[in-house]
Every structure is written in C-alpha cells, then in structure tokens.
Design a protein around this ligand. Structure first.
Ligand code: GCV
Length: 678
C-alpha cells in the first residue's frame, strides 16, 4: 500500500538562510564508530538537503579514500557555509547534541550516535521550518530517558483501538519488514522516540509465540531496522506464556520451574535478538492472566521476569491498569479510580531496578478530562513511566480533531507534593525527583497503514507532538503545533494561523460538547464513539455518572469512596472539598445538584447547556476558517480534512443534543437562554 512521508516530505524547495550554501558532509567519526545510526544520519541529511535545497551533499570522510582533500579545502576557503561536520565528542550526556554554526559550516556534536541522529533531524527541522542556519547554537538533551510508542497491533493485522487502517508491523500472523518500516522508524526517530513496543498489550493467539523460534528471525530483522534509527524494540508479553505455549501447567512466579523456564526463555530470546529492549506486560487486567491467579503480587510477577531479563540488559515494563471489571453498578463503595493506587502503592520499593511501572495519566482510562493518577506522588522508590494515548479512543477516534499536547502538558506540570520541590509529574518521570534512569513517557500510538499514517491528517500533530514533548517538555503546545504545521504544510502565515487556531481550540471544543465537568464516559459501549449517556451506567466496568433528577457525579470525597484522599496535601483537601475542587473535575469527585453554583458563576445545569452549544460553535468556526484554505493547500489533504470535519460537525451536534436533552429531561430545568433542547 502506498504511503506519504508526513512531516518528513522533502519535496519542494524551501527558503532557509544559509542552507543553499552547504555542499558536503564532513564525517569526523572513525570508521569503527560508524554504526547504522550514523550512516542513517548521513543518509537523512543528504536526502533532506537534496530535496529542500536541490544540493546533493557529497560525503567527505577524513582519512578515508574518496575524500578529495584539496577540493574540500578550496571550498572551505570561500565565503559562506560549506559543510556539515558530524563529530563524536565524549563528555556530553547520552543522546544529547550540540548544533552550531561556525565560520564555514554547521557542526553537530554528540557523544553517541543517537545524539548525532537527533542533531541531524534538528538541523533538517531548522531548514524545513525556514529558520536561518547562519547563527545556530543549540544544545539539547532529551528530558525523558524513555520516549516510547506502544502499538496495540495484533498479529492478524488488526489494531485494537486503531483508527488509521491496519497494522504495518503484522499481516496474517506474519511480521512485515519493508519500506514502510523504514519510514516509520525515521518518523519516530525524527521526533526523538527511542523505544517502540510493536504488539498489543492484550497478547493472545499468535502473539504469544513471538518469543519462540517461529518468529524470532523476523523479530530480529525488525528490531535491527528500528535500532538503525536509535530505537529499541520491545514486545508485549503474555504473562501465562509457559502455560499457553503448552510447556508448563503453571505460571506461578514463585515456582522454581516457572522461574527456570523464564530464565531459559529470556536467554534464548535475547541471544537471538540482542537489540531487544525488553517487554511490556498487562497482567491481571481485563481478562489477561497474571500473578493473582497464584495468590502472588505484581511485584512477584514483575521481579521474576526482571531477574530473567537482567543479564541481557532487558527491562520489564509493568502496567498499573489493574481494576475489577466485573463490578456491580449497585455497589457504591468499590471505586475503579482507586484500584491502580490500591494495587500498587503498597509495593513501592519492592520492584527490581529493571522494572518500570507504566501508569496511565489518569485513574480511569484516557477520558477527555481526568485528574492525574494518584500513583504519581504515591510512589517514591519505583521507576515510573507516564502512559498517555494519542490513539484517540475516547477523544473522537481521529475522526474529530483533538490536539492532545496541551492536555499532556497540564499533566506534566501537575504538582504532586511528594517533595517540596521537583515534585511535578514531569520531574518524577524524567527521573529528576528520585534520580532514576528507567523512566519516561509512553504513548499508545495512533498510526496504521493508511496513506497518511494517522487517518485524520491533523492527528499526525499528536504523533509529532508526543515525541517532541517527551524530548523537550519545556516547549509550549503552540510551539510544537507551529513546528508541525511548518514541517507538514510549509511556511505560510494563513495556513499557520488557521491550523494553529484549529489545533489549539480542538481539545477545549471536544471537552465542551462531550461529557461535562470531568465525569467522562457517556460514550457508546465497546467501540467508544459517539454519545450514549447511560451506555456505561448499568455496566460492569466501574464507569458511572450516577445522574438522577437532582444532580450528578460520583462522590469520591471522604464521605464517598475516599479516592480524593489518595493525593498528597494540599491536593487531597482541595479535591475533597466541593467548594475548592476545580470546576473541570467537580463531577469526578462529587455528586452535585444541578442548581449548584460553579466557581465560574454558572449553575451546573446552565454550564452543561452553554458548553454544549459553545463546543459545536467552535467546530463551526474551525470549519469556516479551514474552508478559506481551499486554494492554498494541497488538494488531497484539504479534501481529506474537510471530510473528517463534516463528520465531526454532525457527531458534535449529536453529542450536544443528546447530552442537553438528557439533562433537561432528568432535571426539568430549562435553558435560561431558551435555545432548542429536544
Ligand atoms: C488494549 C481500555 C481499552 C482497551 C485497552 C485497555 C488497556 O480498556 O478500551 O482496548 O486494551 O484500555 O489499556 O489495556
């Protein structure tokens, strides 16, 4: 299937002061240190400059044949920038680089090949976004040590919660390694991704066999392609593999047989696939097997695997998305939001160093608004990864525009008060708070084999943005959006202004026309698209809004489930008190009368009506502005985006009308502005 290059499209000349002068690459890296990553950096620079400036950069390797010293020296003697020097310089932190302009060229300096690659992509970014390269001096060091994408791809080619076509890693229970793999690796590396999990956390059927002879040659091939771009490949693991592969009748983590089995298996896998980073595990969650079956803890399970993987430098990433998915909706005491904390907080300090707990950003499941997961600030001696979802499962499934970087930024900036300083989520997962190295951010990926990779062309901003944010969280969401716009659509002020407006309005708009004030859900069960206010209300999933004729919301205060008290002070008291709780989370924490006056000065019911009308108006405005780009933009992309927006508009109106009608009928309170409510 054919595919586009997303933001790495190098066709079409750009205007960038200085770029036209560059004519060659000076590789000052010894031959023995020229790994695939260095070679790919050179290739990328050559391709980018050829496309963007029309200059084919020759390669000059010091001390090697092929370099015409005299010609290069003569070139350097003239005025202007002539070369890009690539230099390995010991002493810089891992993966960092310095990119700077000298008298007659640009230098990329790094202490490892990943740093060179990131510097090369940064230089390309400067050129493509039209920044002058005549006065560069940038030193960058990635803030998050692990910057991961988690693909929920199944081996039959389907993608769980995939909204951009089928998998490009798997087809008919085989592994694909082709041109697309290479471009995928380039796209990921260009925004600083350094780890990728290729298969769904729900490991079933053929995927259980990924750690066996049947697949390992091809696994290695794939891992080598990714490694060539500085990306460590990970696989999701079936916790019960010894049983499901028919080799043992138990997966008890304290059984010597089971421990021995995993030691042999890890040795076998890592010897075959030396570039493998390790494994991601979803255990005792939504029907997946885990240590609970044997009366053991998650620490027992994770440590067993970690011990077996440790000799090969392997990591075990263990998910904290563990809850009772067989709840009785009549039960007001059990609270799904508590379960991650209740299952893992007591295990703090019990995990081996190569275990990393992966924690979703909120306690429920990637809703448009949730409080930050209380395990951030609840764990002091455990490596942690923040898991976000750029696959827009609950945020419009890449049919609606919902730029999520502003949300992720809010989460990163959240103060946990676990210490007096360096206590934000960003501090914790970047390793600053507790001096950790095995930590970072992971995003559930939003890619598939669609021609544009992400279904909605503008959903690519989330893929781009996630990587950029994990690398440099100090960038603002606007800066990231702007970069992506320039990289993808070129530098045109009307396109820039319009798309920036659309991206930045999209999360607030989506929040306004869907479920109100942090309560979440209200989506169609199973496929999670479109409104269904009671869809999850009488289900087993622990996802309730508890609306009646007087009010709505879940009491998670000290009088209710006590969830609010899982936070450190002062967060606990703020969330616990309905007068101090932020409006946007009020219904998450409290059951509130419709007539309650919000801090905004509106009643809850009027807020619901107003926001639902406003949300749709925002979509209308985005469409109106976008339509003006018709003659400015690539026709194909323009048409694809318009189609998505037509669906978004229709669906947003459906959300508005169903939500407003539902609450009008429940409460009997009219809209004070007298608008149509059905
Ligand atoms: C991969 C939610 C999704 C599931 C997903 C699960 C998880 O429940 O709906 O599709 O499973 O989260 O994160 O494990």
């Amino acid at each position: 299937m054919k595919f586009e290059q997303a933001w790495l499209d190098y066709t079409g000349k750009v205007f960038c002061d200085g770029a036209d002068e560059i004519s060659y690459i000076h590789l000052e890296i010894q031959e023995k240190e020229q790994d695939e990553v260095i070679k790919n950096s050179v290739k990328e620079l050559q391709n980018a400059f050829a496309g963007l400036t029309g200059h084919k950069l020759t390669l000059h390797e010091e001390g090697l044949s092929g370099g015409d010293e005299a010609a290069y020296t003569a070139a350097d003697a003239g005025a202007g920038l002539h070369k890009i020097r690539l230099v390995l310089q010991k002493g810089m932190p891992a993966e960092s680089y310095r990119l700077y302009t000298e008298e007659n060229g640009i230098t990329i300096e790094a202490s490892d090949s990943r740093g060179i690659l990131y510097g090369a992509f940064d230089l390309i970014r400067q050129v493509k976004t039209g920044n002058s390269i005549k006065d560069l001096d940038r030193t960058k060091s990635p803030v998050m040590p692990m910057r991961m994408l988690n693909h929920w791809d199944n081996m039959d080619g389907s993608i769980e919660r995939g909204y951009s076509g089928e998998s490009f890693f798997f087809e008919n229970n085989t592994i694909l390694v082709n041109d697309r793999t290479d471009t995928y690796a380039r796209l990921a590396a260009s925004v600083g991704i350094n780890a990728v999990v290729i298969n769904n956390v729900n490991v079933k059927d053929a995927a259980t066999w990924l750690i066996t002879e049947r697949y390992l040659d091809k696994v290695k091939e794939l891992s080598d392609v990714l490694a060539g771009y500085g990306i460590q490949m990970y696989m999701s693991l079936n916790y019960a593999a010894p049983v499901e592969l028919g080799e043992l009748d138990s997966a008890d983590p304290l059984s010597e047989d089971v421990r021995g089995w995993w030691k042999r298996r890890m040795e076998f896998v890592f010897r075959k696939v030396p570039n493998l980073g390790g494994f991601l595990i979803k255990a005792d969650s939504e029907g997946r097997p885990g240590p609970f079956t044997y009366g053991r803890t998650h620490a027992d399970g994770a440590n067993m695997l970690a011990e077996a993987a440790a000799p090969y430098g392997g990591n075990i990433i263990w998910r904290c998305f563990v809850y009772n998915c067989q709840q009785d909706w009549r039960d007001y005491k059990t609270d799904r939001a508590r379960s991650g904390y209740d299952n893992f907080q007591g295990l703090d300090g019990k995990f081996l160093d190569n275990v990393v707990l992966q924690i979703k950003n909120g306690p429920m499941d990637f809703q448009v608004r949730e409080p930050v997961h209380p395990l951030f600030g609840g764990l002091k001696q455990t490596n942690q990864i923040l898991e976000v979802q750029i696959a827009q499962e609950y945020t419009g499934q890449q049919r609606h525009l919902c730029y999520l970087i502003p949300m992720f930024q809010e989460i990163l900036k959240f103060r946990t008060y676990i210490k007096e300083e360096n206590d934000t989520v960003e501090d914790i997962v970047s390793g600053r708070t507790f001096r950790q190295h095995n930590c970072g951010m992971a995003a559930v990926a939003n890619t598939g084999n669609d021609v544009n990779w992400t279904g909605h062309d503008m959903a690519a901003a989330n893929l781009y943005g996630f990587g950029r944010l994990a690398f440099e969280p100090e960038l603002s969401a606007e800066e990231i959006a702007r970069e992506w716009i320039f990289m993808t659509f070129g530098k045109d002020s009307q396109i820039e202004e319009t798309l920036l407006f659309m991206l930045m309005s999209s999360w607030p708009a989506y929040e306004k026309y869907t479920s109100p004030l942090g309560i979440g859900w209200m989506v169609n069960p199973n496929y999670h698209y479109g409104p269904s206010v009671d869809g999850y209300e009488y289900s087993r999933w622990g996802t309730y809004h508890r609306a009646d004729h007087m009010g709505i919301g879940v009491d998670r205060s000290h009088e209710g489930t006590g969830y609010a008290l899982l936070y450190n002070e002062p967060n606990a008291s703020v969330y616990d008190d309905k007068r101090r709780c932020p409006d946007e989370l009020l219904l998450f924490f409290h059951h509130i009368p419709y007539t309650w006056m919000l801090r905004s000065g509106k009643t809850v019911i009027q807020h619901i009506y107003d926001t639902h009308f406003e949300g749709v108006e925002m979509v209308d405005e985005m469409i109106e502005r976008f339509m003006k780009l018709q003659d400015k933009m690539d026709k194909v992309k323009y048409r694809r985006i318009v189609e998505r927006f037509m669906e978004q508009k229709e669906n947003a109106e459906e959300w508005r009308d169903q939500i407003n009608a539902y609450f009008y009928r429940k409460s009997g309170i009219s809209d004070e502005k007298g608008r149509d409510i059905y």
